[in-house]
Design a binder for this molecule. Structure first.
Ligand code: S3P
Length: 440
């Protein structure tokens, strides 16, 4: 991919009403579940970013019939549980950990051989977290040292169900095991000590699977009955709250701003950032709350605010796991010392996001440090100096966070490569520019 450097200068006050692209997590799942269902599923609002297009290509290579008759509208004719065909080439999941992990669950319980790879970022990310529990089904895996892609999977047609307690709070691992459980005989049981996003559970029910969720202290126990008949069911994809986070924080930071983002997904397991920002005194309101396609949705209006420091507990981290780089940017403008706790998982995202976020702050004159698994940021209440050059390490969220930072710092902020923004937020630069940002 050709690199695309960019510089953000101080923005004009952000104004207007926008919609962000569809939710990435829900988009991947919609294509995968539809490919495993009988009949035709119509998906509207699908995120047409690189990551999700990789999932569409993989499901096609596995035999699902997928068409894209209009922007955001996708039709999928599924092959049924256990009905996918052996792909005749390597499956390339690009930059997407969600695509690779969830698909490994599907492939484990089909009697086919497959090989999966990805770009340099994805080939560095750990796959043992899914391979180890998926081996309980009887599937066999061979990967590079350290459990890295490329990964070869010999799936099984006689899968045993998995019983597993998640050692890391990961919706990707949970979802991979549930997807594998669809073609296992008997009940798949997963204990989740800290709740993570539950789009897989919601969508499994939507497609007709028998699934129960019991509370277990702060956690949950999820039980899925194997070999259900999944029936095609239309999906409306809400706007991605993880994408909305960037214009939202920009509006809070750029003086004089007031703007609205419409149709954002408000699943409570995704709204940690809104809770953290509310505790920082952020001026935003949620209106027009409704349920669309089984997920809560609403419009968020935000205005520029003098923020106070944040202190976020580790148990809330999964509900804003992708939002820490942009929350850290907000903390850099806040008055006081912020502590974002329990961020170990950020080390295995598209980049070592904990190190990349710290470097982004320090390059732009913010006092910050990593303390164990916490990120500590010292804000003065005044805009940081800026003027730094940010290395994005193939990480879309580092690139977008840096451009938001540069929209409100005293001096411009430059970014080495914005090409990866297309993985999750195609049209980001045009949308931000339409609101008042200045990128060149
Ligand atoms: C996702 C789960 C999260 C998140 C990722 C999407 C998902 O990863 O970071 O962007 O769709 O399930 P983990 O579950 O590995 O924390």
């Amino acid at each position: 991919m050709q690199s695309r450097p960019l510089t953000a200068q101080r923005a004009a006050p952000l104004a207007g009403a926008v919609r962000v692209p569809g939710d990435k997590s829900i988009s991947h799942r919609a294509l995968m579940f539809a490919a495993l269902a009988i009949g035709q599923t119509r998906i509207t609002g699908l995120l047409e970013g690189e990551d999700v297009l990789r999932t569409a290509a993989a499901m096609r290579a596995l035999g699902a019939h997928i068409t894209n008759p209009a922007a955001g509208e996708w039709h999928v004719c599924g092959a049924g549980i256990g009905g996918l065909a052996e792909p005749d080439d390597v499956l390339d999941m690009g930059n997407s950990g969600t695509a690779a992990r969830l698909l490994s669950g599907i492939l484990a319980t089909h009697p086919i051989f497959s090989v999966m790879t990805g770009d340099a970022s994805l080939r560095r990310r750990p796959m043992a977290r899914v391979m180890d529990p998926l081996a309980q089904t009887g599937a066999r895996f061979a990967a590079r040292a350290g459990g890295r892609l490329p990964l070869a999977i010999t799936g099984t047609g006689h899968a045993l169900p998995i019983d597993y307690r998640l050692p890391v709070a990961s919706a990707q691992v949970k979802s991979a095991l549930l997807l594998a459980g669809l073609n296992a005989r008997g009940d798949t049981r997963i204990e989740e000590p800290i709740p993570t996003r539950d789009h897989t559970e919601n969508m499994l029910r939507h497609f007709g699977a028998a699934l129960t969720v019991e509370r277990d202290g702060p956690g949950r126990i999820i039980t899925l009955a194997g070999q259900p008949e999944l029936r095609a069911a239309d999906v409306i994809v809400p706007g991605d709250p993880s994408s909305a986070a960037f214009p939202l924080v920009a509006a809070l930071l750029v003086e004089g701003s007031a703007m609205t983002i419409q149709g954002i997904g408000l699943n409570p397991l995704r709204t940690g950032l809104l809770r953290a920002l509310a505790a920082m005194d952020a001026d935003f309101t949620i209106a027009n709350e409704r349920v669309e396609g089984g997920e809560p949705v609403g419009d968020v209006t935000a205005a520029a605010t003098r923020l106070i420091a944040a202190d976020t507990p580790p148990e809330l981290a999964p509900s804003m796991i992708d939002e820490f780089p942009i929350l850290a940017v907000a903390c850099a403008f806040a008055r006081g010392t912020s502590r974002l706790r329990g961020l170990a998982e950020l080390r295995v995202k598209e980049s070592d996001r904990l190190a990349a976020t710290l470097a982004l702050l320090i390059a732009n004159g913010v006092r910050a440090a990593i303390d164990g698994d916490d990120l500590v940021i010292h804000g003065t209440g005044a805009p940081p100096e800026g003027g730094g050059h940010v290395i994005t390490h193939m990480d879309h969220r580092i690139a977008m966070s840096a451009l938001v930072l540069g929209s409100a710092t005293t001096s411009p902020v430059s970014v080495d490569d914005t090409a990866f923004i297309d993985t999750s937020f195609p049209g980001f630069c045009d949308l931000m520019t339409s609101l008042g940002c200045r990128f060149a």
